[in-house]
Design a protein around this ligand. Sequence first.
Ligand SMILES: [Zn+2]
Ligand SMILES: [Zn+2]
Length: 165
Amino acid sequence: MKCPSCQAPLHRILYEGMPVFRCMQCHGYLVGQKRLEGIQASPQTSIEGLKKEVIEESRPDTLEAIRCPRCRRKMDKRFIEEPASMYVDMCRECGHLWLDGGELARLQLAHEMKPQAQEARRFQQRLRTMTAEERAEFEANIAKLPGDNEALPLVLEMLSRGDSL
Ligand SMILES: [Zn+2]
Ligand SMILES: [Zn+2]
């Protein structure tokens, strides 16, 4: 099978333990819907690893209609909102999704960070109304929290840039 975006050959690899097809050139993935659920259910890559993948592999969305590499049908552009909002290409015939470079990692990242992201949204409003002093104190308190705070710097960074996950 060839990449629907850049025509390079697709390679069968394991992503989070699930077989998917990857374009080594533009980093797109062809993923079956059930496999995508499997990928979300078995997180193996660290948040840092996923973040790196998003940064290094993100490509612009394919704008024109592309053909499914498996069954050659024209794929539909679908807007998905959860867990991350983006356009993906979906084949109605075989149910496979084409994810442009970085999109699979973005989906996985958003999925893994869902609880933190919800929490972040709750105090996003508060952060906006804080004075600079209150905010500095607040961030210092967060830094002092014990336990697994691996994701918090990332959440704060995204908030300060105004990104939505
Ligand atoms: Zn490609
Ligand atoms: Zn198909």
